[in-house]
Design a protein around this ligand. Structure first.
Ligand code: AMP
Length: 396
């Protein structure tokens, strides 16, 4: 997929409005994780080096269209200034007089950070009149918020139609890496699926089944597949209404020659609790009063072998309840296997959301080819959907 990106001559001397995703976690009025801010620095630096003046617009949390200072972006501006040494001026609105004034007084090198765009109800309605107000003081629009690109909002979509627009370097990198896994994976291609529910991943399975050589299934969703094969799964998660789908998928995979690997063993506990007493049991011997909360060591070994034999690996969804140390070993083993596969030359891509949180927890995010910054956006991308925030920039 080729994208319309900016070159220095497109932005030199221009007033550029950049849609970033600064939806960062805050604790005690301070940014507690700056990963999302750092993800935009290549774009922001390139624009500044090209001689553009940059203003940033973002959402934070879900203020639902009203001003709620719990969701102000002011502390994020302080963090950006601390991280970069740039002068960051916070503007307490994203449209109207306050923006006009800041733009009129805008000094070279100064970065404007506009207030939370979701303080206005028109944002989530993709309202064109509101988008016109957003871009009114600017010459160029740059979309860099990959994690918000699956939403057609005024600042992610409508704004792009109004002034010359380009996508930024974060989106360019995301689409390059995610497309390499989705559209032309080097074989063998191993897809790893986990997480709580089958229902969240159905569209991904449907879109990717024909492309994968091997699909490894762990996490809560594995138990619906085990049950579809006639096994007893005790109190483990099961989506009864998805048993049919799971059974059909196993059949279809067989017809297509795609290898599906389900857990051979599981870590079980009597309840969903961090300190519940846990045991490893074979997948065909899960006691009635126990629930599976992680893949077992034998499964971790089998999955590792498969991952190490791959040229492309795509991972979406944890193998167990990785937030609880007793049930994190399976997810950690898969993260480690991805790191080792990367070192051997494989392309390894981790979808956003929980798998990204897990790989960061095990400090292996720098040892894989790419960790997506978008949970919902990367999921929709692997479902084969077109992302409304990217569409305006696709040129082939
Ligand atoms: P998802 O958002 O669908 O990727 O699901 C991620 C969540 O699934 C994480 O919060 C995990 O704790 C949870 N999870 C993974 N494995 C299991 C399991 N065996 N039983 C219950 N929850 C699980």
């Amino acid at each position: 997929m080729r994208l319309k990106t900016f070159s220095p001559s497109d932005v030199a001397g221009k007033k550029v409005l950049v849609r970033v995703d600064f939806n960062v976690p805050l604790a005690g009025g301070k940014v507690s994780d700056d990963t999302r801010i750092k993800a935009h620095l290549p774009t922001l630096t390139a624009l500044r080096e090209a001689g553009a003046k940059i203003a940033l617009v973002s959402h934070l949390g879900r203020p639902k269209g009203t001003v709620n200072l719990k969701y102000t972006l002011e502390p994020v501006g302080e963090e950006l200034a601390k991280l970069t040494g740039w002068t960051v001026r916070f503007v307490p609105d994203c449209i109207g007089e306050k923006v006009d004034e800041a733009v009129a007084e805008w000094k070279d090198g100064e970065v404007l950070l506009l207030e939370n765009v979701r303080f206005h109800p028109e944002e989530e309605k993709n309202d064109t009149d509101f988008a016109k107000k957003l871009v009114k003081d600017f010459d160029v629009f740059v979309m860099d918020a990959f994690s918000a690109a699956h939403r057609a909002h005024a600042s992610t979509r409508a704004a792009a139609e109004l002034i010359p627009s380009f996508c930024g370097k974060l989106i360019e990198r995301e689409i390059t890496m995610l497309s390499a896994a989705r559209d032309n994976p080097k074989k063998p291609f191993v897809l790893i699926l986990g997480g709580a529910k089958v229902s969240d991943k159905i569209a991904v399975v449907e879109n990717m089944l024909k492309k994968a050589d091997t699909i490894l299934i762990g996490g809560g969703m594995a138990f619906t597949f085990l049950k579809a094969q006639g096994l007893e799964i005790g109190k483990s998660l099961c989506e009864t209404e998805k048993l049919d789908f799971a059974g059909k998928m196993l059949e279809e995979a067989k017809t297509l020659g795609v290898k599906i690997v389900l857990p051979a063993d599981a870590v079980v506990a009597p309840e969903f609790k961090a300190d519940a007493p846990s045991n490893v049991v074979p997948a065909d011997a899960i006691p009635q009063d126990q629930m599976g909360l992680d893949i077992g060591p034998q499964t971790a070994e089998i999955f590792t072998k498969e991952i190490l034999s791959a040229k492309t690996v795509l991972w979406n969804g944890p193998m167990g309840v990785f937030e609880m140390p007793a049930f994190a070993k399976g997810t950690e083993a898969v993260a480690k296997a991805l790191a080792d596969a990367t070192a051997k030359g494989a392309l390894t891509v981790v979808g956003g959301g929980d798998s990204a949180a897990a790989i960061a927890l095990f400090k292996m995010e720098d040892k894989v080819s790419h960790v997506s910054t978008g949970g919902g956006a990367s999921l929709e991308f692997f479902e084969g959907k077109s992302l409304p925030g990217i569409e305006p920039y696709v040129i082939g």
